[in-house]
Structure formats: C-alpha cells, structure tokens
Design a protein around this ligand. Structure first.
Ligand code: HEC
Ligand code: HEC
Length: 350
C-alpha cells in the first residue's frame, strides 16, 4: 500500500485552492471577458459583475420536469379548479401574461405584474420584493394565496392522488406514488429550472459571435454600458445585479402604494425598492415594471432618460422618515432620439 507524504498532500491542497481561486479570478480577467464588449461606466455605489453567457444550471431529472410541467398547466391546483400557474405564466408569452396586473381567483386584480419565468432558475431570490429564497418555497405560495389560486394543500393532494396518471408520474419522478407538498414543490421547481431564455442575437453575441448584433444594436449596447447608465444595475449574465432599488414607482402614501422590499426587511432604505429584473427576453414581456405601469420599451427608456421618478414630499410628508428616496444611481441622461432608439434596438436583441 502506498501513502502520500503529508507535504505532498499539503502541496496539492494549496494547488487545489490556487486552482479554484484561479478559476474564480480568471472569470473576471480581461482574457475571459467576451469579445466586443464596449467600455463600462458605473455610478458610484454600483455592484458590477461582467456580462457573459448564462452558466448552465444543474440538470434536472426528466421525470420530475415532466411532472412539474403537468402540474404547472393544471387548474386542479386552484380552489376553483379553474386557474393554473400557466394562466398567469403563459408559455406563448415567455411565461408572463401580457397584462399590467394579473387576474386571479374570481377575477381579482392582483397588485403586481407577473414576471417571465425563463430566468427564474438563476435568481437567488424570487418575487419583485425577493420574499422567497428558492423555487421550492415559492411554488406553494400562489397555490395558497387567496387572490391567486385560492387553493388548499390537502385538497390538491387529494385530487392528485385520485388521478392514476399523477400516481404514475409521481412514481416515475420520486420512486413511489405518494403525493406530498414537498414533492409538488420540487417538481414545479424542477420544471422551472428546465426553462431558459430563447436564443437571441444577444445570446449569440455574448457567446462570442461578435457580428450577431447589428450596428444600431451595438450602439445601444455601448449606451447601455456607458452614457445611459443601465449597467450599474443590469449586469452579469442575467443583466440583473439581483439587488433592490427604488426607481420612484412606489406610489407612496397613495391608494396603490407598494412599498416593495420594505415589507420583507422593514429597513428604511428598502421603502419602494424592487429587485432588478433580468432583461433577457424582455421584448416579449410587456408591459413593464412591478406594476406593469409602462407599456413599451421606448417608454421605459424615456423614463430612465428623465432620471426615473423622484416624488417630492409635501406637507406632513416632509417629516415622514419613511418617505422613499429614489436611487442615487439614477439621473437624467440627455439621450438624443437616435440614442434612445438604439437603446430600444439593443433591448429588443436580448
Ligand atoms: C393569478 C396569477 C398567477 C398565478 C396563478 C401564478 N402566478 Fe406566479 N406570479 C404572479 C405574479 C403577479 C407574480 C409577482 C408577484 C410578486 O412579485 O409579488 C408571480 C411571481 C412568480 C415567480 C417569481 C419569479 C421571479 O423572477 O421572481 C415564480 C417563480 C412564479 N410566480 C411561479 C408560479 C407558479 C409555480 C405558479 C403555480 C403554482 C404560479 N406562479 C401561479 C402571478 C401568478
Ligand atoms: C438603479 C438601478 C437601475 C438602473 C440604473 C436601471 N435599472 Fe432597469 N430596473 C431596475 C429595477 C429595480 C427595475 C424594477 C423596478 C420596479 O418595477 O419598480 C427595473 C426594470 C427595468 C425594465 C422592466 C423589466 C420588466 O420585466 O418589467 C427594463 C426594460 C429596464 N429596467 C431597462 C433598463 C434600462 C434600459 C436602463 C438604462 C437606461 C435601466 N434599466 C437602468 C433597476 C435599474
């Protein structure tokens, strides 16, 4: 029997650490930056990760994905038996629903816009306010929400267990036919992790095909990373820093007030802050923002060009410590009409 000398072990541990560290370090060295990326200009305080292709997610078991897809489309998960996940996350609409605010149980109007799910598998927190920390935790919430699916878990389990097709599908995915809440959540999560944004001109460009973007889209990309200031928040492979920012859209003190991240953390600086969304596939998911309040990408660009919204406190609000402050990363950009059109062309290439 042979043994490695402790020095050799130590050396290889250091070697491994250097290799792992080296790999992480390499990811940000200029050699690894995809070719053709214009220079980056950031606002102070921005947290930047370089643009790049999406990393692969762990492969999902095909049987769990199949079961998840079946559950996702099935109105049996709702109290009324009429609403499925897919009612608000429609495959044809990049798993969003095309309306500013979704309709739920009994046609109740929800307060927020249904996001596309094609990048959900890469997100470290879910929902506009980041209140769920995994797809498994998230999956049960719309089923139970009284305004969304108005369901109950015992009822869902009972309906699924009574269906021979589901018993087989659970057995294929999990080894036996038992229907449990955790398995329902796991299958829905597996299905969503199997989704990914469509191939686009941008995805080809970022994979190294430098001419996949045309001249106008390249000018748009340069503005996005430069003068227009977008990359201070929309960066990394998702074009999201996954942080929370207040763009001034909280309707503070008004009827449709939505305090966003503040409801999760209770921190003053989170009043009106929402998670930076991924922009991959964004041309297919109008209308935009957490409340679906901006109908077009041209409208979004005009909004940012004006520096976002900056409501001023009035009267009693002057002494209100919670009055939200719009992010300092936003300011008027003085983009010309042509520049705004180029930026829209770039967003459409995503
Ligand atoms: C009635 C409409 C509706 C139904 C039904 C619905 N959702 Fe959603 N979904 C929404 C809305 C609106 C949001 C955003 C809510 C928020 O951020 O507070 C959302 C958010 C999400 C997110 C977060 C995505 C992200 O990027 O943060 C996931 C994941 C999701 N839904 C999955 C599901 C699953 C799985 C089901 C079925 C079990 C489902 N949804 C049913 C409307 C719906
Ligand atoms: C301060 C950080 C920040 C900057 C800078 C920024 N964004 Fe955003 N972006 C966000 C956040 C946060 C949201 C969601 C805000 C909300 O709904 O209240 C958002 C939403 C969007 C949306 C809507 C996406 C959807 O699915 O609804 C688009 C499109 C967008 N931004 C494009 C841009 C462009 C183009 C620029 C540059 C002109 C830009 N953003 C600059 C943080 C930022």
């Amino acid at each position: 029997m042979w043994r490695l000398h402790p020095d050799v072990l130590r050396a290889s541990a250091i070697g491994l650490a250097a290799f792992v560290f080296g790999a992480a370090w390499q990811a940000v060295t200029p050699e690894r930056v995809p070719p053709g990326l214009p220079p980056i200009q950031l606002e102070p305080g921005a947290l930047f990760t370089e643009f790049g292709p999406l990393p692969a997610l762990p492969t999902q078991t095909p049987a769990a994905v199949t079961l998840g897809a079946k559950l996702f489309e099935d109105p049996k998960l709702s109290g009324s038996g009429q609403i499925a996940c897919a009612s608000c996350h429609n495959r044809e609409l990049a798993f969003a629903d095309g309306v500013s605010r979704s309709f739920g149980h009994d046609r109740t109007r929800l307060t927020r816009n249904a996001p596309s799910l094609v990048t959900a598998g890469w997100m470290s927190t879910l929902f506009w306010d980041g209140r769920a920390d995994s797809l498994e935790t998230q999956a049960i919430l719309p089923i139970l929400h009284p305004d969304e699916m108005h369901g109950s878990l015992p009822q869902v389990r009972e309906r699924l267990a009574a269906d021979a097709g589901y018993r087989d599908a659970f057995a294929d995915a999990f080894g036996d036919a038992q229907v449990t809440d955790a398995r329902i959540a796991q299958a829905l999560a597996a299905f969503q992790r199997s989704l990914s944004p469509r191939r686009s001109r941008y995805s080809r460009f970022i994979a190294g095909e430098v001419d996949a973007l045309d001249a106008g889209q390249k000018r748009g990309l340069a503005l996005f990373r430069g003068k227009a200031g977008c990359a201070s928040c929309h960066n990394g492979p998702l074009l999201s820093d996954q942080r929370f920012h207040n763009l001034g859209l909280s309707f503070y003190g008004r009827q449709r007030q939505d305090l966003g991240r503040y409801a999760v953390t209770g921190a003053r600086e989170d009043v009106g802050a929402f998670r930076t969304p991924s922009l991959l596939g964004v041309s297919r998911t109008a209308p935009y923002m957490h409340n679906g309040g901006i109908p077009t990408l041209a409208g979004v660009v005009a909004f940012y060009n004006a520096g976002g919204a900056r409501p001023r406190p009035r009267g009693d609000e002057l002494n209100d410590p919670l009055f939200p402050e719009t992010s300092a990363l936003l300011r008027p950009r003085n983009l010309t009409r042509e520049e705004q059109a180029d930026l829209v062309a770039f967003l459409e290439a995503l």
